[in-house]
Design a binder for this molecule. Structure first.
Ligand code: CU
Ligand code: ZN
Length: 203
């Protein structure tokens, strides 16, 4: 029995040493991100990479039972983002809400998986005439006699992939009805087309 004691003591000391080393490593890992930019001044950072993305596009596909489809393009300008929507398969002369929604998830056949309106600033819903509104509130588009709608709007409360409410990776929804600006989401009804905002090749 007595001869086992030095072995136990040695084992105990080993465990303490290993634990202390592990803790030291954890500490180092925790402090590393803060020192990384200073030690890699020339490495292209994440922000710099995202800032080079100036064009995005959402290919709009019909939700279940709908024939509405098209494209919505996002172009970064100095003033903000120019949104250009070309949507087909609408009733002639009809007007429809169009919003950027929270998620670029169109797995749900009814478009609901795209979540609510994109609203990183925590504002109430509104039409583009109102400065304080959901960042994703793009107002309405109206179809011509052939059922095609074209909308071009420049907004200053979005960016393609910058720090100002980036839209990249989010969703776009065209609704069955008009956005009347009412709360909480403009009474725009069902979702008739949906798309995911992806990085575009650009002009
Ligand atoms: Cu919407
Ligand atoms: Zn809204």
């Amino acid at each position: 029995m007595l001869t086992q004691r030095p072995i136990l003591t040695a084992a105990l000391l080993l465990i303490i040493a290993v634990t202390a080393t592990a803790m030291h490593h954890e500490e180092q890992a925790a402090t590393q991100p803060a020192t990384q930019p200073a030690t890699q001044p020339d490495a292209p950072g994440h922000a710099a990479m995202m800032a080079t993305i100036n064009n995005a596009v959402a290919v709009m596909v019909p939700t279940e039972g709908s024939t509405t489809h098209g494209t919505v393009r996002f172009h970064q300008t100095e003033a903000g983002v120019t949104v250009t929507a070309d949507i087909a398969g609408l009733d002639p002369g009809s007007t429809h809400a169009i919003h950027v929604h929270q998620y670029g998830d169109i797995t749900g056949a009814n478009g609901k998986s795209a979540g609510g309106h994109y609203n990183p600033m925590g504002h109430d819903h509104g039409l583009p005439e109102q400065d304080a509104r959901h960042a994703g509130d793009l107002g309405n588009l109206t179809a011509d006699e052939a059922g095609n709608a074209h909308l071009e709007i420049t907004v200053d409360n979005l960016s393609v992939a910058g720090v100002n409410n980036p839209v990249i990776g989010r969703g776009v929804i065209v609704h069955a009805k008009v956005d009347d600006g009412g709360q909480p989401t403009g009474n725009a009804g069902a979702r008739i087309a949906m798309g995911v905002i992806g990085i575009a090749k650009g002009e």
